[in-house]
Design a protein around this ligand. Structure first.
Ligand code: NAP
Length: 534
């Protein structure tokens, strides 16, 4: 960015070059804006740059996760697997960046420390970690919903003499665990992907499990040539299905209640969706597993039977059966060989709910009752999700108000995309209960169309109104009513309760992707209802 005193000026500054930031950059560049995209990593990819742990892969079908904005791209890119692994996804995101010549608008290895709006200049100024500054009329935060790692507050973490890292800071160099005693803390979707991979080579591997999760089989496979041709011929049909689905997947939820179906028929239906790949067990299930505890618990009994069939030691199997939340009320992890890993002689399951972790020692980990010698500790302890990546940044709007202060009691916004007092600032992180890239793309399009609209009309700025914000907050709360996620005892990143002190509120818009798309389009079509334009 030149010398320290030279402030670069752009029309649009984008923070983040992950799946969303790449598309946001594409849209802004295509519209002819001068653009700079700042990225903390040394390359594009975001989630798929940082989370390079073994076993990291899509849980959504590759062809619904990929971009839909370019038919040429869809026809050109061959996904190798139905659920693409991290290396292939990272390659894809690099391919897209280069195909559309976006790299020259990006600056890597540059973390934004502060973003400040100046009312007189009507400009945002961003300051990087090393003190450089740049200005723009518009600021877009494409910072992801699961990008702020959460390290637990366990005493002694830094005293550990072996290697340790959070899963989202996995080293780029290949890790050899063949002579290592490895411990994994956490068993969410991340750990459930990496655990069987590490089990393959580790000398010894211990899972320190606090709460068991409802992991379901992913059933990944390679895409054959015939399937490739078929997928490429059906992209519009796939998109049309996703557009109808409440979470933008290709599945049709069964309209019957799980409770209205005779037990044998219900069991046969669950066998069928269990045998299918991907999230069909969640999104293609009886519709009421999300809202009716009895239905979710019946599904849970079915899933427990599957766990018991796969784990040899009955005591271990019981520990792996969730007992603190109904089926599907946290993000469902998808697995490949997770349960079988516990049948290996080099693998141990330690229940740290009944015997909590007390401290990390220089040579391992101590629970109240036991001590473990370890060479490596992997923290699969999740993220300060959705709001965390924004509240932990210093973003200051009019009169110095920060997002951190504005969201002290939970996120408040208009459609998850804009906040009063923060003019010309768009959040495109897809905070919707939805296939993330799909809802991110809706936000990217809204922000890009809006910036183009303002330029075309000669308007200087746009700001969400407080009234629209209050209406949206109330609408979000109403949309969440009835969902089992909301039940008091279900704690997860969906509710913010994985982070000590964070306000308990469902952090994703639960009104469904079609309704969300409708809200965005209606606002845009009305000349940005919910916003003040100057
Ligand atoms: P997570 O689901 O929040 O899981 C964190 C785990 O760490 C939980 O098991 C939690 O236990 C445990 N934990 C935290 N602090 C602990 C402590 N002090 N002692 C013991 N255990 C502790 O995080 P994640 O697995 O990284 O997944 C986050 C999200 O990332 C997923 O839900 C998913 O949306 C996304 N993800 C996506 C993919 C994909 O699409 N392919 C893959 C991986 C992840 P408790 O449950 O007891 O709190």
């Amino acid at each position: 960015m030149g010398s320290e005193s030279a402030v670069e000026e752009y029309e649009v500054i984008i923070i983040g070059a992950g799946v969303t930031g790449i598309y946001q950059t594409y849209r802004a560049v295509k519209a002819g804006f001068s653009v700079k995209t700042f990225e903390a990593g040394t390359n594009v990819g975001g989630t798929w740059y940082w989370n390079r742990y073994p076993g990291a892969r899509f849980d959504s079908e590759s062809y619904i996760y990929g971009y839909t904005f370019s038919e040429e791209l869809q026809q050109e890119w061959d996904w190798k697997e139905h659920y693409s692994g991290q290396p292939e996804t990272e390659k894809y995101l690099n391919f897209v960046t280069d195909k559309f010549d976006l790299r020259r608008h990006m600056e890597f290895n540059t973390r934004i420390e502060k973003s400040e709006y100046n009312e007189e200049e009507n400009r945002w100024t961003v300051t990087t970690e090393d003190g450089k500054t740049a200005k723009a009329q518009f600021l877009v935060a494409s910072v992801g919903i699961l990008s702020q790692p959460h390290m637990p507050a366990i005493e002694g973490i830094e005293s550990f003499k072996g290697d340790y890292w959070h899963t989202s800071h996995w080293p780029k160099e290949e890790q050899d665990f063949s002579d290592k005693r490895v411990g994994v803390i956490g068993c969410g979707a991340t750990a459930i992907q990496l655990f069987p991979e590490v089990a393959k080579t580790a000398k010894h591997l211990t899972m320190f499990q606090r709460s068991a999760n409802w992991a379901c089989p992913l059933r990944n496979s390679e895409i054959s040539d015939e399937e490739q041709t078929d997928i490429k011929s059906r992209y519009p049909e796939i998109k049309a299905k996703m557009d109808k689905h409440f979470a933008a997947f290709m599945y049709e939820p069964d309209p019957r209640s799980a409770l209205d179906v005779p037990p044998e028929e219900r069991e046969a239906f669950w066998e069928e969706i269990w045998a299918a790949p991907g999230f069909k067990k969640w999104f293609g299930n009886f519709h009421d597993i999300f809202t009716n505890e009895e239905a979710a618990n019946l599904m849970g009994e079915f899933a427990k039977k599957k766990i018991r069939e796969r784990v040899n030691d009955p005591e271990v199997a019981e520990l792996l059966c969730p007992n603190d939340h109904p089926f599907g009320t946290k993000r469902l992890p998808l697995e490949t060989g997770y349960y079988e890993a516990y049948n290996q002689p080099n693998v141990k399951l330690k229940d740290v709910k009944s015997d909590p972790i007390e401290e990390i020692t220089p040579t391992g980990l101590k629970t109240e009752k036991e001590e473990f010698e370890l060479d490596v500790i992997i923290y699969a302890t999740g993220f300060d999700a959705i709001s965390g990546s924004l509240t932990r940044m210093d973003i200051r709007g009019k009169s110095g108000a920060t997002i951190r202060e504005a969201w002290a009691e939970g996120p408040r916004s208009v459609m998850g995309i804009a906040v009063p007092e923060f003019p010309n600032f768009f959040i495109t992180n897809g905070a919707v209960f939805c296939n993330t890239p799909t809802c991110c793309a809706l936000q990217v399009d809204f922000a890009a169309d809006c910036m183009e609209y303002l330029r075309e009309k000669g308007h200087k700025n746009i700001e969400a109104t407080s009234k629209a914000e209050q209406d949206w907050v109330e609408h979000c709360a109403a949309a969440t009513q009835g969902f089992l996620f909301e039940k008091q005892e279900v704690n997860s990143w969906f509710m913010g309760t994985n982070i000590p002190g964070k306000t308990r509120v469902f952090l994703l818009y639960a009104g469904g992707a079609p309704a969300y798309r409708e809200s965005l389009s209606e606002s845009a079509a009305s000349g940005y209802d919910g916003f003040e334009i100057e």
